[in-house]
Design a protein around this ligand. Structure first.
Ligand code: AMP
Length: 280
């Protein structure tokens, strides 16, 4: 385990001196579930040296969001990930990542403006900044991200392209609970009834996928249908249900190729997101 940037650089440099194999990075905020573990497994399968970072990044939380209450369990995380063959855990804090005087950030563009960017101004700049820092600290050949956070993937893809980061982005499928709810550290906030109703997000996305596969091309009709399906659950307060281009995150009207259906909702104290690729 490493807690400082210097230690991480030293460990990665040692690996690079001794071995040829690629370095993989899995950036996380901890509170592991199967989604995180799936990224570690993908990294383990594809790279020689697997680094996993755990840092609850204050820069991606808004002033009234859940930074203070965000679940943190380093001991539990290390136990859960013990069998995954991780070579290096980088467990760090704001003192190390944002020392006094830190003021440079990544400025994101239109890809970060819609969907979650609208409800969480500054969120994706915070995400992009910390990912840029982690890429510079670890210097991985590949970074492993979850499709669960599709807009985050799009923002990081854009940044990597625009700023010439030399890293391959590997996107792993969303891991779900048996009933379909996308796994999330924030699911820990839900009561059993809220968890049950939160499945509506998944069910609405699945229905949208079936409609598009059956030939529906009108995004407005799909959006309406998703809204109706989600609104039927009294504990679920819909924030958005949108159909967008999977790369640019811009709204799509007519579905002629692959699109992304993305939803966000408040369920009890948790803000949940989910998405699915729809193919005609
Ligand atoms: P987080 O700790 O929530 O910031 O997530 C760390 C990484 O795990 C991100 O790349 C997420 O997209 C990914 N992730 C979170 N939940 C899931 C999930 N249910 N399935 C797959 N990947 C996930």
């Amino acid at each position: 385990m490493a807690t400082t940037i210097d230690e991480v650089r030293g460990r990665v440099a040692l690996h690079r001196r001794r071995h040829e194999g690629a370095v993989g990075l899995v950036p996380t905020m901890g509170s592991f579930h199967e989604g995180h573990l799936s990224l570690m497994r993908a990294a383990r399968a594809e790279t020689e040296f697997v680094a996993v970072s755990i840092f609850v990044n204050p820069a991606q939380f808004g002033a009234v969001e859940d930074f203070d209450s965000y679940p943190r369990d380093t001991g539990g995380d290390l136990a859960l990930a013990a069998g995954e063959g991780v070579d290096l855990f980088f467990i760090t804090d704001s003192g190390e990542m944002y020392p006094a005087g830190h003021e440079s950030t990544i400025s994101t563009g239109s890809v970060a403006e819609g969907l979650c960017g609208q409800a969480r101004p500054g969120h994706f700049s915070g995400v992009a900044t910390v990912v840029a820092k982690l890429l510079n600290i670890v210097g991985p050949d590949s970074v492993f991200l979850g499709q669960k956070d599709a807009q985050q993937v799009a923002v990081i893809r854009r940044m990597v392209k625009d700023l010439d980061f030399d890293v391959e982005i590997r996107v792993c499928p969303t891991v779900r609970e048996p009933g379909g709810l996308a796994m999330s550290s924030r699911n820990a906030y839900l009561s059993p009834e809220e968890k049950d109703q939160a499945r509506a997000l998944y069910l609405a996305l699945r229905e949208a996928r079936e409609q598009v596969a059956a030939g529906e091309t009108g995004a407005a009709r799909i959006r309406r249908q998703m809204r109706r399906a989600i609104a039927a659950n009294y504990l679920v307060e819909l924030e958005y249900a949108k159909i967008v281009d999977p790369e640019t995150m811009q709204p799509v009207q007519e579905i002629t190729g692959e699109v992304l259906a993305a939803v966000a909702a408040k369920v009890g104290p948790a803000r949940l997101i989910d998405n699915m690729i729809l193919s005609p």
